[in-house]
Design a protein around this ligand. Sequence first.
Ligand SMILES: Nc1ncnc2c1ncn2[C@@H]1O[C@H](COP(=O)(O)OP(=O)(O)O)[C@@H](O)[C@H]1O
Ligand SMILES: [Mg+2]
Length: 250
Amino acid sequence: MSLNVKPTGIKGLDEILGGGIPAGWFVAMRGGAGVGKTTLGVQFLLEGILQYHEPGLLVTFNEPLLALHAIMRNYGWDLLSLQQMGELTILDFSSTEMGIMQQASRLREASLDYITQRIIDAVRNTGVNRLVIDPLNTFSLLFRDLFEVRKELHRVIGILWEEKCTTLAVYESTGEIVHDTKYPQFSTEDFLAYGVIHLQYITVHSVRERGIEILKMRGMPHSKKIHPFDITKKGIKIDVKNPIDFSEIS
Ligand SMILES: Nc1ncnc2c1ncn2[C@@H]1O[C@H](COP(=O)(O)OP(=O)(O)O)[C@@H](O)[C@H]1O
Ligand SMILES: [Mg+2]
């Protein structure tokens, strides 16, 4: 069976991915605070809608809808009109839904079922081709133990694959995951995901830069290097041709 590779529509990203992401894959996108995860996630959904007519779903746990609209307007991205046109669906678990979540979290299973089911229902009902969960940490925190995280994630990943819904699952890296550029460490989500995209801050010759690295992408001829990227007024721009040389990293 050949991989049905679909371009993300983000030029530099597709180049370093080796063409794009196979349809229905669950890919972890991780990195520290402010490195550009939400920007890249929203850009992935927008390019899907604008270039390929692929509707998208954004599940937001951190940024309330109104804040998200305002932040994305800075990039000239009008999420509200895409929502109104039915191209973009946003599930906001950050504010209004939070009350329900907190109530439900007294009965952890209930809240788990609730959130997982809401996401799966939205994917099925709207027939979206792209999903961004921002971030997945909140979801994982609801589970009692690592075994449950694995079991439930495995189930959800299987459903997303059946639905041919390509997913970027944002993962906020904390101090628990050591960011050693030479010896990267992996989390449970990284092992379960078909691919792992890592956004990181790197100091090159005393200047802090942002770098993107494809740590894993099963069966794909992806770049093995760290590529510098900038967050511009129009989103993320990856410098494909000038990867960061490890020997320059201080
Ligand atoms: N319009 C913009 N132009 C350039 N850079 C921006 C713009 N908006 C945000 N940024 C940069 O993006 C960062 C936040 O990116 P974000 O995607 O929210 O990160 P994360 O989700 O990883 O925390 C900000 O700290 C800022 O440096
Ligand atoms: Mg974010």
